[in-house]
Design a protein around this ligand. Sequence first.
Ligand code: ZN
Length: 463
Amino acid sequence: MKRVRFRRLPAAAMLVLLLTFLMAFSAFAADGWHRKGSRIWYTPVSGESVRAIGLTQINGHTYYFNKSGYLRTGWIRIHGKYHYFRTTGKTGVRGRMYTAGLRKVLRTGPYGFSADGSVMSGLCQVGDSWYYFSTSRKAGVSGLMLKRTFANTSDGRHIYLLKNGKMAVNRWVKYKKKYYFFGADGNMYRSTVTPDGWKVNARGIRTKRASAAEVAGAAGSASASVSNLRKAGTKASTGKASILIICGHGQGDSGALGKWGGSWIQEQAYTRDFGSRIYRSLAATGRVNVDMLDTSLDGYTQVKNTLNAVIVSGKTLQSRIEGKGTYGAQAYNALRSNGRLPDLLQYDYVLEVHFDASAASGKDYNGNGEMKGTFMYVNSRKSATSIDSSIIGALNGLGLPICGPAVWRSSGLLNARVFQEMGISYGLIETCFIDDRDDMTFYHQRCDDMAQAVSQAIVNQFG
Ligand SMILES: [Zn+2]
């Protein structure tokens, strides 16, 4: 800087010079942007003429430069996916890639953009809602958001997109003077009774109020009517018994934490580990049918969200359920509409696998030589709990202590309450304590024997 020369100039001249210098510097040198006519380019290294080429991050935005280093705008296909780069705006704004969200493009759209800038197509989640983006091409590019129309998803759901583009969930939709109902997963109800008691025909059109018998019939259309929802703990009348295993937590919920070998371990991983071992062991016996809930799901979240979305006389179905059986049919209907859950009435026993954790003062990451052990939670209204106590007894037989009473009765656990409401036998096992080194040492050494013991107890009861 030649400050000495500036000082000799009059103040006004000095200011003009300084401003000219700053403007030139900011527009063409310091920030690296250059423009000549319609051509725009960027030099990442100050003072050098090397131009940016390809996808380039500048001040938190992404731009695309062609092989000669000139900025490109509009729809550009990169690695087979379309991205959109602003066609208007001053230098530095023009050419910015659209990311993460719904954006209009030249007054058409909106289109949905994922975090990496690629345009969405088909059924996609943005924020908390689901939208459907055209899979057919307009102007060479698919991805236009659909509104006020039906669509078929790639997994076979018949859905409806509301006027704001959101997928209709757990609600009625009026379309061309007819009413249609869409469930928790957005799928249209057909030839059944809706959670609020209306009949819909094979085309999904609402016809009339269902009678009590029809509500009951719809609830059990797959396997039983409401009047004979199974009594907890009883065996299915025909064929092999069916068992469902749910691995606790997951879907973003790690569950309890423990420490092993200097690292944190998560309950959700261990519930899947033990659940899978029980599943394999049971399947190997051939004595019962066994299913495992999709392990990418958290059974609790699925049940809670589905039942929360159904309103019965001004309150959520979830809050109405006490395990008394009053809302068994509604609960079953609602859960049946969640396409990610199996038909729950087919199961004779549902075992949800968890690992426990102690209060802060009771954590024993280093091992004090004493195990805390295992127990089962059941709903406080469950009558026949011999299967639950036999499972805990079998584990105890291997040397794992029983923590308190073998079977704890609880009115609080949502899944225990909901299965009780539907008349399905359910137990939530706290396999052992994930934050107790002694328990986890036992688990790591004996997990296959433990799975075998659980499986044997189940086969003894139901096989
Ligand atoms: Zn848990």
